[in-house]
Design a binder for this molecule. Sequence first.
Ligand SMILES: [Fe+2]
Ligand SMILES: [Fe+2]
Length: 267
Amino acid sequence: MAVEVLTTADGRAKTALSRRHAAAWRAAREADDTPEVGTAAPPDRPARPDRPELLDPRDVPRRRPGSATGRLALLHAVAHIELNAVDLHWDVIARFAHLPMPVGFYDDWVQAADEESKHFNLMCDCLEARDSHYGALPAHAGMWRAAEDTAHDLQARLAVVPMVLEARGLDVTPGMIDIFRKAGADDAVAALETIYAEEVHHVAYGSKWFHFLCGRENADPKPAFHALVRRYFHAPLKPPFNAEKRAEAGLPPDFYWPLTEPPADPA
Ligand SMILES: [Fe+2]
Ligand SMILES: [Fe+2]
């Protein structure tokens, strides 16, 4: 199921399949008929549509959120992030299926993938309501880098993707909601509020399974997190942080604040 989603290129087709597979997984779990997880060979990179054109982040035109075109670019950028997130969550399922994990691990990432699919569709609806569509503007290349860098290490994947990248979403989404509220764009406000509410769980799933893996290896989670983020995430974390939502998601300040600065003793 995961590989089928990863190898589907079109955004709407990818999310439709993702939602269908998530519903099938949930129905089987509720019927107490848990499917065998098995193993899979996910592609190195997920299939994506021909458009948007993918540019180096330096070459993506800067957005001015005060203008209608700036707000459109912001919706397009969020759509791109959400589509990448759909693939990231199915990838964590397929890529690490050879490791013994409790079935709840799969429940969580199937749920997260389903929600990302909804988020992509919500952003596409907003773009289409403005006579645009996903693919109409250029988007960041390199979004898959975190997945490639951590393809061999589940603990590193959890540290970098949900606990750093998705946690960053909690920091910046309230500001985006404000931009659309000031512009009177009720559809975008409602969509972003749904995204904001659901992203807390994705960070929490990351923290939960990161701690699970540390516990299984009798490792101290905080220094393990610091070491993995420094090794696989190539920039300091940027304040301001949304301390309240991060706490709700199981990320205490002593996990992220030390990572705002380069290491004292670079190894
Ligand atoms: Fe999302
Ligand atoms: Fe997410």
